[in-house]
Design a protein. Structure first.
Length: 664
């Protein structure tokens, strides 16, 4: 069922065309992802559909019984309200009903038996209150706020004290509580950590309405979108499927269009050449044939040349000189702010050893101190405890997610020139052109730039710095998809060391050689990319469960005297006399036997795992030796089988090693 349709929507700002005769339809239950370069008109389109902006031409139609909820990039909270007051505004009608029920109850109590009409009104209002969720909305508020990382400590905070990211999360929480029929989301994943992103995806998958989302988060679009709308060259094209399907279809479609266009142009040139030669002959017969061909050519439905792909950044990170092999070493780092009752501990026991050429991604929940850790690495902040060593010849380059290092009062040209005075104006303009700042754009004030433009300017300055260690704080937040891909490729080619704080899961699947998860009690290391990190975390959790089950094995489920003795010992904190509990001689003997039995089970399991590890390692070596034999090099089927066997063995070996290390 179509619930929204648009026909020939056009929007101009002065002489600039933003949208030109855009037409599409949206079915009930669709999950639409809108993609396109920064400035293409995605937010303008959402504003028109939400009724907050009028189109210059064209119409759109929305089913009359449908409600719309719109998450904007800039929210309109009352700054003096608290977090809880803003959220309760969503349920103001339920609060009013609740108050009316209290007033009616008091009035009925005063009038007693004479309050018949009031009692009828009370019963009807109570049913309405119940049906609309009056008895559950407060717990629903708590659940959504907790999921969006707003604990009780945030409830009484004023909106004016919240960061931009916190305000975005609060706006999203309010919108989800409203439960409109259509959700319009403009960059909903900005400022969300990985845990909140997973929760949001799970929530939206179960959402019963229709969702239209503008997003540059490729992983999110892969998980959520069932259709993709691409806004490019002022027009809109629809693609079925998620982002990956769209990217492949777009590439194939462009190649097919270009082939068809080139083929037609070749044929046109061939026909024109034949017409010219017929005319040169000068005979009446050939002149007629030339005229006939000219007529056919004039009626040909000529294909338009596919529009050129939009310009992309040209970025290449270089290092002026190489750092030493040891780049950064940290031991028992801790950071806290404040003193006494107001002290706030961020993290402690942070250890790391980072070598030259590594690409490290730091992940963790919002507020755990990832940005603070980056600033400690640059020695902008001092750790409260611990030891930090910076390696030989290390030169840092820093990208801050808020672009606070840019001077809003300067022009784009001056911002670069003030930092790199040895460059001539012509050289700077050439570099700015590579980052899509062209013509008069170089004279725009930095403060007037969009988030994406500021991000490109920050990356330009970082490229020019020649640093050999890049510290990047959420570098992909404001970049469009094309810019992200160019940036990622540049990082992969960069010979120096990269340390990135990021929640961009597509980026995390492409860039890191290691992922470090920052928690309050230290760093956890995961080799590889995001998918491996998720798999490893799940494996660790199952390993903990395995150990717990292993330790719980006993005498068939019955509580023996040894188990009772162990329970008494545990209750006394491991020291019977400490709690005044004295074990009998029989209980002590039984407890000792149980401990010895548990140790034997543990030893047997370790021996089994060691034997399995040795067997798997031998099998891998044998398969690799077979693959290297000259007579097997041309046998592709055998090589494939051996490679598949080794892959399976390595997976089993890794699992065995993890279990063995947990038991060691």
């Amino acid at each position: 069922m179509i619930i929204l349709s648009a026909k020939d929507i056009t929007k101009n700002y002065g002489t600039d065309v933003i949208l030109d005769r855009v037409s599409f339809h949206i079915n009930e239950g669709d999950m639409i992802g809108i993609v396109g370069a920064n400035g293409a008109g995605k937010t303008t389109l959402l504003n028109i559909l939400a009724g907050e902006l009028s189109a210059d031409e064209g119409d759109y139609f929305l089913s009359q019984d449908k409600t719309i909820g719109y998450l904007k990039q800039k929210n309109n909270f009352e700054t003096e309200n608290t977090v809880l007051e803003e959220v309760h505004k969503v349920f103001q009608h339920l609060s009013d009903m609740e108050q009316e029920l209290l007033d009616l109850s008091a009035e009925i109590g005063e009038k007693g038996a004479q309050a018949g009409c009031l009692m009828n009104r009370y019963a009807a209002l109570q049913d309405q209150f119940k049906n609309e969720g009056g008895y559950s909305y407060k717990s629903e508020i708590t659940g959504i706020l907790n999921s969006m990382a707003f604990g009780e400590e945030f409830y009484d905070k004023k909106i004016s004290t919240l960061s931009g990211g916190e305000r975005t999360r609060l706006a999203l929480a309010c919108l989800l509580l409203e439960k409109p029929d259509m959700l319009f989301l403009d960059e909903p994943t900005n400022h969300l950590d990985i845990g909140t992103l997973k929760w949001l995806e799970q929530y939206l998958r179960g959402y019963k309405g229709t969702i239209v989302m503008v997003s540059h988060d490729r992983y999110f679009l892969d998980q959520m979108a069932t259709r993709i709308f691409e806004v490019e060259h002022h027009h809109l094209k629809c693609y079925e499927g998620n982002y990956s399907a769209f990217a492949e279809k777009k590439r194939a479609l462009r190649e097919a269009e270009m082939r068809a266009y080139n083929k037609q142009q070749t044929e046109i040139r061939r026909q024109e050449d034949m017409i010219r030669r017929f005319k040169e002959r000068g005979t009446e017969k050939l002149a007629k044939r030339a005229a006939s061909r000219e007529k056919r050519l004039s009626h040909l439905d000529r294909l338009e040349r596919p529009e050129a792909e939009l310009g992309k950044m040209k970025i290449h990170f270089r290092q002026e000189y190489q750092s030493g092999h040891d780049v950064l070493y940290g031991e028992d780092l801790a950071k806290s702010f404040g003193f006494g009752a107001g002290r706030r501990d961020l993290f402690s026991h942070v250890n790391f050893d980072i070598k030259r050429g590594e690409r490290i991604c730091i992940v963790g929940p919002n507020g755990v101190g990832k940005t603070t850790l980056l600033r400690i690495l640059m020695e902008e902040l001092s750790p409260t405890e611990g030891y930090l060593k910076i390696g030989h010849n290390v030169k840092f380059g820093y990208y801050d997610q808020g672009q606070l290092l840019l001077n809003d009062a300067a022009t784009v040209m001056d911002e670069v020139h003030d930092s790199y005075r040895l460059y001539k104006d012509a050289e700077i303009r050439s570099i700015l052109g590579r980052f899509l700042f062209k013509n008069d754009q170089v004279f725009l004030q930095v403060g007037s730039l969009s988030g994406g433009e500021k991000a490109r300017l920050s990356l330009l300055k970082l490229m020019m710095s020649g640093a050999n260690v890049l510290l990047l704080d959420e570098p992909t937040n404001h970049l469009d998809i094309d810019s992200k891909e160019v940036f990622e490729d540049a990082l992969l080619e960069y010979p120096g060391t990269v340390i990135v704080v990021s929640h961009d899961r597509y980026f995390l699947n492409k860039i890191p050689t290691r992922i470090l998860e920052l928690e309050k009690d230290g760093l956890k290391e995961y080799l590889g990319t995001y998918d491996y990190y998720v798999e490893k975390k799940a494996s660790v959790e199952s390993g903990k469960k395995y150990l717990k089950e292993l330790g719980a094995e006993g005498s068939g489920g019955e509580t023996s005297s040894a188990g009772q003795g162990q329970a008494k010992l545990s209750a006394s904190g491991g020291n019977a006399s400490a709690q005044g509990t004295k074990l009998s001689a029989a209980e002590e003997r039984a407890m000792k036997k149980e401990q010895e039995a548990a140790e034997r089970r543990l030893a047997r399991e370790k021996a089994r795992l060691e034997e399995l590890i040795e067997k798997l390692e031998s099998e891998i070596e044998e398969n690799e030796a077979k693959m290297c034999l000259p007579e097997n090099l041309a046998n592709h089927q055998l090589l494939t089988e051996l490679d598949q066997k080794n892959a399976k063995c390595r997976d089993e070996l890794e699992e065995a090693y993890e279990k063995w290390m947990d038991l060691a």
